[in-house]
Structures are given as C-alpha cells and as structure tokens.
Ligand binder design. Sequence first.
Ligand code: ITT
Ligand code: NA
Length: 178
Amino acid sequence: FDLFFVSSNNHKYQEAKKILDSFGINLGFLKSDLEEIQSNSLHDIAIVKARDAFSKFKKPIIIEDDGLFVDSLDGFPGPYSSYVFKTIGNKGIINLIKNNRKAKFLSIVTYCDKTLLESFDGKQNGTISKTQRGKGWGYDPIFIPNNFKKTFAELNNKNELSHRYKALKKFSKWYLNK
Ligand code: ITT
Ligand code: NA
C-alpha cells in the first residue's frame, strides 16, 4: 500500500476503503489508538491525531476525526461523540432531544507524510430519528440524512452521500494531483 488509514475503528476503515477504491486509491489499515486531545475543534483534534499516526508508522497516512452535532443540544456530542456513544449511546441521545431534531455529521480527514499536512472536511445535515432503526455501527441507526426517510443504517447508499464520502472525495482530488 502507498497510503494507510490509521484508526482504532474498523468500521471507519471499511467505509474509507470502499470510498477510496472508487477513486482508484488503494488504502491499507494500521489499527492503532491515537492521541486525542480535548478540544472543541475537530480540526485541531485531527491535526494531533495525524502527527501522532505519522510519527508512529513513518509512512504516508490519513486519519479521520468525526462528530455528530445536535442543534438543540448546542452541538453535543460533537468532539465527544466517541465517548458519548460508549456511555449513553443512541438511546441516551434520543432521550435528550425534545422538539428540534436537526443534527449534522462532520468529518475531518487529515493526510500526513514527511513534508505535507493537509485537511479536508465533509458535512451531512440530517435529523435524529425517534427510535433506532436498522443495523449499523455508531450513530447510524438514529441519523436520517436530509432528503431521505431512512436512517444511515437502513440506507444502502450511505457511502455515496456521507460526511466521510464528502471529505474523502476532496482528499482524493488533492492526493491524485499532488
Ligand atoms: P479513531 O481511532 O479513528 O479516533 P473513533 O471511533 O474514536 O476512532 P472518532 O474519534 O472520530 O473515531 O469518533 C467519532 C465517533 O462518532 C465514532 O466513534 C462513532 O461513534 C461516531 N461516528 C463517526 N462517524 C460515524 C458514522 O459514519 N456512522 C455512525 N457513527 C459515526
Ligand atoms: Na477516537
């Protein structure tokens, strides 16, 4: 492989691999827990993760930092999405929401090699469902992307419209021309 995805999360890698395959980029996987600073900025978290990943493996890598931001919860869980999923989970999120169900997924993909450090972002707006629907990982069973009726977990084209897809599409354009 010329390029590796560094993450502790195999689901993220599987999706990233499919997406980058479609752009002609062959993506390897290096499973690793990365340094994750506490910050309100996904971008800042991603930069630290990318530098940590490159210093561990000394190969061209990408990492990804994501968050689910719920409007009526002032953007919670946002940068804390991983921790919140492991603690209160999808049921906890559903229970916190009253009327306004608007939310968005954000992805930052950061590339790092010996000389370059570049970030790309992707956003998908949507709403939080009233119950969990479909089999999927993370928040997929409660996130309904705008213009659809199904959750990410129920849809079969998530990888053609997700926050991850949008960030990786920008990355691919840059990577293939760099
Ligand atoms: P890393 O090792 O790559 O950091 P992680 O799972 O901790 O893996 P993040 O720090 O980016 O990844 O945490 C974002 C969390 O948001 C993730 O753990 C999921 O719970 C959730 N998430 C991100 N993208 C998602 C998606 O496409 N579908 C469902 N849940 C998602
Ligand atoms: Na993480």
